[in-house]
Design a protein around this ligand. Sequence first.
Ligand code: ADP
Ligand code: MG
Length: 356
Amino acid sequence: MASVTINNVRKSYGHFEVLHGVSIDVPDGEFVILVGPSGCGKSTLLRMIAGLEEITDGEMLIGASVVNDVAPKERDIAMVFQSYALYPHLTVGANMGFSLKLAKAPKDEIRRRVGDAAQILGLTHLLDRYPRNLSGGQRQRVAMGRAIVRQPQVFLFDEPLSNLDAKLRVQMRSEIKQLHQRLKTTTIYVTHDQIEAMTMADRIVVMRDGYVEQIGTPLELYDRPANLFVAGFIGSPGMNFIRGQVSPDDPSVFRTETGASLPLPEGITLPRARDLIYGIRPEHLSMKQDGVEATITLIEPTGAETQVTALLGETPIIASLRDRLAVTTGDRVTFGIDIAAIHIFDAETETRLTTG
Ligand code: ADP
Ligand code: MG
């Protein structure tokens, strides 16, 4: 196993730069997830770690060695893609052992390592089957098995669960996480799905447009997002954002663009006469006797909780409420705000001004 160090790495295709100086330190044994919208450069970065794309500028290290000019097969990494790319004419066992056979490993060693990997992944009874006779989840597992038998320094995953249905995705999520807890191999995993990132990662790297926006543990990003983008990207339903300014008459009041008053915590200093954004997560709103007035436009029960969309002035806000509700669309209600849980962002720079 090994650490991965990415130092100010850039990637250009011709004159078009898609990664603008990315630095990430992945300690030995960590499970790091790169997350961000489609096109932000996740796969490009992963392919650069694998050696499948040239590094335009900067430095990439696996362990203590700079690998910028090291060929993919010399890097001792294993990659699992969204398309499993199994050999259709080979059995599960032969697919899993293929790379070892190519490396001319002794037959019993191949058999032993394939057997071990199959056991870890619950594939032992399927070793003689062909890929066409497997379900999507089983194929996914074979693709992982193929990576495991190589006992690489680093696992790289690129959206490996995207082709699975929702239920299987949830199951594979916990399987991959347990697999990592067992093998403790350094893992870098790419997804556009923030829930996947939150549930699986030791640390998350949030990317946008070829830049790293923030690196942190799932709950650090959730509780202390560095900026508006991270605040909106992590969490579902997303954080509510309401534009306004600190009231000129009262520093404990946030005056929204449509004239509503929202509470501000005591003891924070915010710039006056400057456009700000008030952020509050759906679970930090509750239905209270006194609070902020809003008109319900949509009610979505999920069972465990109900998501209520309401208009605060002209801004739609969402509340996640655990209580069973006796309200309907069109009702005028009041929401209490958990004042300790609010965030304030600068509307222009988009950075978070509150520090709690
Ligand atoms: P992600 O995996 O986050 O969806 P990618 O890493 O695939 O994003 O792509 C990042 C950017 O690089 C995109 O704008 C994409 O169009 C561009 N890109 C990727 N591969 C190439 C290529 N071979 N030539 C030119 N542009 C590319
Ligand atoms: Mg991609």
